[in-house]
Design a protein around this ligand. Structure first.
Ligand SMILES: *Cc1c(COP(=O)(O)O)cnc(C)c1O
Length: 478
């Protein structure tokens, strides 16, 4: 590990021989103070050596680098006097510097958990019932392409997204499976649908006709799923109007009705009456299509909650979103299925200090030191999805022990408290700069979950997971 320049990567505690730039500066300041008060004392050789060591990281490589035009331009603009001198940085090497070595906070995605969850749900489905992996919003913050491929290798056959661009991203990531956009996209996006073989959900005649015309003019088919509104009243053809809708558009030879679906508003609620009404309306709509001689294709309705709780609505496919990522959609499912959260959130300590009793910490100083505490800082804040509403109301985990986050969570950083007193036989914790901190995850007996964060904030896990996963935090897969 000694060849790793920053001394931290991949080691749980910091390398005893490593001196950070901050250490070097502190040491230099300390010796400068000594020097000022006692002119006979000189700054220590060690302190100046470490400053040079730190500067060495940025020394020019000896080989002539291949320089990208934009970097070369930037370097010239920064230092016009060096106009024609070869800049000393190799852009390829710069790009290879791992993201976790640029900022000490990141999200980890355990793809084996995604695999486990897909298989756990798939095993509950009857033979022939398909599994759609819903990977909208960058797979709820878990990374669409990686999660789609993992789900497709674990029993899923279909993908669901919210936007045309999300579907294009999957295709460009070399994903071949059928992709359904779960809403009706703008008519202006039709060329992308046809070019990338992306299926739209359809509920307006205008879209259906334009889509069919565009496909026909290119000698292509126009496959789609019909969206039925059975009571959620978000989008869809009303449940009692599906036959007349299909008669309105069905004359067009290019149109292929590949599937018919609805969406439940209350599959995750304890009260089941509204769910039953929607299920009944959907069954009636499907029966009406069949008796009008229209094949509804793949019939689907269930989201995660319905897929786990109500086998009666499995039909030909279920659409798995939140549970694919390891979250329980409602309390009822905890005893029904084993799910494993795939996301954990990590950081490393960037500063530590002993804060004297009654001194405040962070904006507003809502927290005051009770004394005998070490305050540690981590570089993660509400711009990274760590919601400010959790200030003083969540734990971080260091070496398997839960520690209190204290003070207001800032945009890019926040603090936590380490009690330095000893109790009985409990080992004292004394975290150092560079030590790893779990913001979300489990270690030892300590657990911090996205579920409890959502609960504290009065929201659902989807929003918290997307908050971390779609932020500027890098994602690491394992
Ligand atoms: C998002 C979405 C899903 C997935 O819902 P989960 O509750 O996350 O499983 C299923 N169907 C539709 C139409 C959706 O928009």
């Amino acid at each position: 590990m000694s060849d790793i320049p920053n001394g931290f990567t991949g080691v749980p505690r910091r390398d005893p021989d490593f001196v950070s730039a901050g250490d070097a500066i502190r040491a230099q300041e300390a010796s400068a103070r000594t020097y000022a008060s006692a002119p006979s004392a000189r700054p220590s050789a060690a302190a100046s050596a470490t400053v040079e060591q730190a500067a060495d990281m940025w020394k020019q490589p000896t080989a002539t680098p291949v320089v990208s035009k934009s970097l070369a331009k930037f370097l010239r603009a920064a230092d016009p006097s060096a106009a024609d001198a070869a800049p000393g940085f190799d852009p390829d090497k710069l790009r290879l510097l791992p993201e976790v070595d640029r900022r000490w906070s990141w999200v980890e995605i355990d793809l084996s958990a995604i695999r486990h969850n897909a298989m756990a749900v798939k095993s509950r489905l009857p033979r022939g019932c398909r599994l759609m992996a819903v990977v909208k919003a960058d797979a709820y913050g878990h990374g669409a392409v990686r999660c789609a491929k993992t789900a497709l290798n674990s029993g899923a056959e279909y993908l669901g997204v919210a936007t045309v661009d999300e579907a294009v991203e999957l295709r460009e990531g070399l994903v071949n499976a059928p992709i359904l956009v779960l809403g009706e996209p703008p008519i202006t996006s039709i060329p992308l649908l046809l070019a990338y073989k992306i299926m739209p959900s359809v509920y307006t005649a205008e879209f259906a006709i334009q889509y069919a015309e565009a496909a026909d003019s290119l000698g292509l088919r126009a496959p789609f799923h019909l969206k039925v509104n059975t009571g959620m009243n978000r989008i869809g053809v009303r449940h009692d109007e599906v036959v007349s809708f299909m008669h309105q558009v069905g004359f067009h030879r290019a149109l292929d009705l590949v599937g018919t679906f609805t969406h439940f508003a209350t599959a995750d609620c304890a009260e089941t009456l509204d769910f039953q009404i929607q299920a009944k309306r959907f069954l009636e709509a499907i029966a009406a299509l069949r008796s009008a001689g229209i094949n509804p294709g793949i019939v689907h309705a269930a989201n995660s909650a319905a897929a786990i709780r109500y086998p009666d609505v499995h039909f030909d496919m279920v659409r798995l979103g939140i549970s694919l990522y390891g979250f329980h959609p409602c309390p009822e499912t905890y005893t029904m299925i084993d799910l494993r959260p795939a996301m954990s959130v990590h950081a490393r300590i960037t500063d530590t200090k002993l804060v004297p009793m009654s001194e405040g910490v962070s904006y507003g100083m809502n927290y005051r030191s009770p004394g005998s505490v070490k305050i540690c800082t981590v570089p993660i804040g509400y711009a990274d999805g760590l919601r400010r509403g959790l200030s003083g109301n969540t734990n971080f985990i260091v070496e398997g022990r839960a520690l209190r986050q204290v003070g207001n969570i800032c945009m890019d950083q926040c603090m936590f408290e380490v009690d330095l007193r000893t109790y009985g036989t409990r080992r004292r914790l004394d975290p150092q700069i560079g030590d790893e901190v779990l913001i979300v995850g489990a270690a030892g007996d300590a657990v911090v979950t996205i579920d409890e964060m959502a609960e504290k904030l009065g929201t659902i896990q989807h929003e918290i997971a997307i908050g971390f996963g779609c932020s500027r935090l890098p994602r690491i897969y394992r």
